[in-house]
Design a protein around this ligand. Sequence first.
Ligand SMILES: Cc1cc2nc3c(=O)[nH]c(=O)nc-3n(C[C@H](O)[C@H](O)[C@H](O)COP(=O)(O)O)c2cc1C
Ligand code: SF4
Length: 359
Amino acid sequence: MNLNYVSEPLSINNIALPNRIVFPAFQTNYATSDGFVTERLFRFYGTIAQGGSGLIIAGAMAVSDDGTPNTNALKINNDKYVAGLKELFSLIKKNGAVPAAQLLHAGRQTLSAMTGHPLVAPSAIPCPVMKETPLELDEHGIKRIQDDFVNAAGRAKKAGAELIELHGAFGYLIGAFLSPYSNKRRDEYGTDKALFFTEIIEKVKRKVGDMPISCRISADEFVDGGLTLDDTIKITPRLVDAGADVISVAAGTYASMAHMAPTRDMGEGVHTHIAQGIRDVVEVPVICAGNIRSLEYANNVIREKKADLVAICRPQVADPFFVKKSVNNQPVAQCTDCGTCLFFLHGASAVSCPQNPEL
Ligand SMILES: Cc1cc2nc3c(=O)[nH]c(=O)nc-3n(C[C@H](O)[C@H](O)[C@H](O)COP(=O)(O)O)c2cc1C
Ligand code: SF4
């Protein structure tokens, strides 16, 4: 098997990735109920980091109390979280991968019963899945949450993350601002739907300097009235102008959940063409994701210049040694698309996987 392209190192600003495989952000719900790192998370990321991915994006981590996505999500909205995260990032690094942190505000795609705070969003429109009407953020609220992202980025850097990912995908707060589907504002944050995000990127850049910033977006939301590739190929160059060093292409929102974690029957690399559409309009590296089930396929994605990095998530959950085993032509425990890891869809408390009893 020729894996020359996917095995090629890549430098981004001041970091050097040993290869092109990414373990993307994956919410496990393994943190404590107040957002601290646990032994279970050390085990999870420690093992994945030994498995051979070049970049591991830990999280998502909530930047604000009112943006916490789940009962046991990681949090990064206070200095008290830095010590635990430092251990986590250092473990990832020690085990051979570059550690990164994904920063998130869940916006309207959570529940006030979970956060203990009213939900907030660009407009007072409920998410069709969560069904709770959020408060429309005023200018003060917007600045507060932008500052929360900046302070969280500072903490992630202090804790040893080497790349920051801003979660602008899947209809969470940043994604909700970007989209005409959820942003009906009449002020400048509505007439320019990218403004909320570009301001965050600029402010985070000033805080973290040379440390690379990845911006994850749903380049197609697959909902009526939502973002399409035509929209996002206009938006993405503005994110790069604001300071994005990497664009991570995902797809979907809670209302089009199948696209957030696509199944095999949707086709291997189902969103790769979307990543390519974005790559054509930016000069920075692009990550693609979605149903990429073999290193051979990943290698072709890089060789054909459809993306620069390939995120492989559930196959590495099912078998944390997926990358190394594939390189060595050893059999891997395959992700069967059973959906068990989507714990929040069926009332489970956290991620588990029938293929990986160690979780
Ligand atoms: C249980 C679960 C949790 C996820 N959590 C996150 C998350 O916190 N942030 C994020 O950007 N993507 C998240 N994702 C999406 C993955 O990063 C990835 O894009 C998706 O699973 C498609 O890749 P795959 O087909 O290789 O699994 C999650 C996916 C699953 C299945
Ligand atoms: S729980 Fe099922 S869908 Fe999720 S990684 Fe494991 S095998 Fe794949």
